[in-house]
Design a protein around this ligand. Structure first.
Ligand SMILES: C[S@@+](CC[C@H](N)C(=O)[O-])C[C@H]1O[C@@H](n2cnc3c(N)ncnc32)[C@H](O)[C@@H]1O
Length: 367
């Protein structure tokens, strides 16, 4: 007889499980309804124009009135918007966006910003047929296949802390990097896997003398990064290129940052070795990647569930598009990061538990 090693979770029942999945499914639908409001500009129209009937909203946002009515009723039933009087005829009811939900739905720089969640879930749903095929064949789904919804969502997930505190609080809390960014001659910085550019832009705004080069393999991310830099007024000191980091100038950089991208790389050791080559002899690399538990734990925390959700739908499939691939997946634990950086030749790897973010951890690598 073999020992039963299944850890019984107290209170497990089919009833509770079905209830949990039903709530989750309802949540998915409601998050997708937020996607409609986000992408069609319905929340913005409700907020800027004030309380609206279905006809008002349809006219303001340029959508069909019947759809506007159904969406407004659904939003009110889901307690996302307020309705003035449920007893009125459907066409006469007026709806408003509660003040408390303006920041989460309409301010992409707010720490409460939640609209990117809808875009990322919808982007995953769009590639499901390719994903099924990839799971069967061992193939991949390219990052670019997830489209603008995912690329913008990824940028907007990190945007609040990058534009809010990266340059002004987090970097100053890492003394040797801050020192290099504030001393003469002005530092040259590379942002590898820069995505839509918020880290580079935030650094350029916080450190007015430095120059930054952002590299990413995805052309549509680079296009958006250039637009964002121009709008932030830093395009004269920040350049963005669709370029492999291996082609960048060796020994030219004082600081290299890589924000939430190492786990996506098919050749992380090769990229880290290239980063080491880019650095001057006294240069430093700052890596941010998921703030995982130290070991696999199941059931896991909400953060680990979120990382794994991204991994099964996005990060692993994107990394499976090439061969050979490290196929790391989203859950890159600290010991694995240490191993990759040592294989790339870094002399010292420090896991920084301070400064800390809710979902990301910093590592400082010394060439
Ligand atoms: C999860 S996104 C992070 C983007 C950005 N740093 C941010 O925080 O929003 C990962 C990025 O890494 C890029 N990437 C993957 N492999 C790369 C490589 N070998 N060189 C440069 N960029 C790469 C992808 O194109 C993608 O834009």
């Amino acid at each position: 007889m073999t020992a039963d090693t299944t850890a019984a979770t107290p209170g497990r029942s089919a009833d509770a499980f079905v209830g949990r999945l039903f709530e989750a499914g309802l949540g998915m639908f409601e998050v997708m309804s937020v996607y409609l409001g986000d992408r069609l500009g319905l929340y913005r129209a409700l907020h800027t124009g004030g309380p609206a009937t279905a006809a008002d909203l349809a006219a303001r946002a340029g959508i069909d009135e019947r759809y506007a009515r159904e969406w407004l009723e659904q939003q009110a039933v889901a307690d996302i918007v307020d309705v003035d009087d449920v007893r009125l005829a459907p066409e006469a009811r007026s709806y408003r966006l509660p003040e408390a939900y303006v920041e989460p739905l309409l301010n992409p720089d707010s720490p409460y910003s939640i609209a990117p969640l809808g875009r990322s879930i919808v982007a995953c749903a769009k590639v499901l047929p390719q994903l099924l095929e990839a799971y069967r064949t061992g193939g991949g789904v390219a990052w670019s296949a997830f489209g603008p919804d995912m690329i913008e969502a990824q940028g907007d997930f990190n945007r609040p802390w990058l534009t809010g505190s990266f340059g002004t609080d987090l970097l100053p809390a890492i003394p040797d990097i801050h020192r290099r960014l504030t001393t003469e001659p002005p530092a040259r910085v590379a942002d590898v896997g820069c995505g839509v550019g918020w880290a580079a832009i935030s650094m350029a705004l916080a450190y007015p003398d430095i120059r930054i080069d952002g590299f990413d393999l995805d052309p549509s991310s680079i296009e958006l990064a250039r637009e964002h830099a121009a709008r932030a007024g830093v395009a004269d000191r920040v350049s963005f290129d669709t370029r492999d980091v291996a082609e960048a100038d060796a020994g030219a950089y004082d600081v290299v940052v890589v924000i939430e991208a190492i786990h996506d790389m098919t050749q992380p050791v090769g990229v880290l070795a290239s980063i080491r080559r880019l650095l001057r002899p006294d240069g430093l690399a700052l890596i941010a990647d998921e703030r995982t538990e130290d070991t696999f734990t199941a059931p896991g925390s909400a953060s680990e569930r979120f990382y794994y959700a991204f991994s099964v739908f996005t990060c692993l499939p994107a990394a499976m598009t090439e061969r050979p691939t490290a196929a790391l997946g989203t859950v890159l634990r600290a010991d694995a990061m240490h191993r990759l950086a040592s294989e790339a030749g870094f002399a010292r790897i420090d896991r920084l538990d301070e400064p800390a973010l809710d979902m990301l951890r910093f590592y400082r690598l010394t060439a």
